[in-house]
Design a binder for this molecule. Sequence first.
Ligand code: SAM
Length: 236
Amino acid sequence: MTDPLTIRRLYGRRQGHALRAGQAELVDVLLPTLEVPADGALDAVRLFGDDRPLAIEIGFGKGEHMAQQAAMAPEMGFIGCEPFLDGVVGALMQVRDRDLANVRVHMGDAIEVLERLPDASLDRGWLLHPDPWPKARHAKRRFMNPGPIGLLAAKLKCGGEFRFGTDHPVYVRWAMMVMAGLPQFEWQADSPQDFLVRPEDWPETRYEAKARAKGHEVWYFRYRRTEVPAAIVTAA
Ligand SMILES: C[S@@+](CC[C@H](N)C(=O)[O-])C[C@H]1O[C@@H](n2cnc3c(N)ncnc32)[C@H](O)[C@@H]1O
């Protein structure tokens, strides 16, 4: 099993161009009110002040999908993880413009949040168009590896849902291999339509739109967290 720590080092850019004044103000004023606390155990009460169902989005990009999901489920709490500052600014704009009260943001590696959540505490998780790292020698950098996804499985409730999307042919083959090796997940597909057609409650992401514009096929995977007990999960 790949240890979650093997992706502890984050790869890729964390900041692009300098922020405009309005963007900097969002980071200085709005972000501190939404930020996931830096230390200690996390749960719904600490993050949202009540015992609401929780969801996590890993690598939310500019936050459009997370914001749409949060708007569709105001009774849930959404934890978004994204190390890229421009992306965090995008999510803050979404939160401000849609007046969302149910989003918390971690500007960093999703592993840091997952490790601090109790087991069986998440109802839903998303990994949409993760960085593909297409070269075989970079495969360990992919979030889709048994360590990180096994950790996510431990944090999902039985019956909870994990969604994964990609347009990358190398990544999709890799992902199917990784997921097939994790008995904690059951693929929710009866026919090709179930992974070739985007479900209605799956808003299109920025990367997905770019992929479609290039003529790429996009694959949509839904997995149900099974009842495989935690002891087997750690040994898998
Ligand atoms: C290709 S982009 C896709 C963004 C968005 N999900 C979309 O579909 O438009 C992948 C994102 O994952 C973020 N990312 C990479 N590793 C991550 C990690 N360990 N934790 C959280 N986010 C991560 C990157 O910063 C990047 O913004």
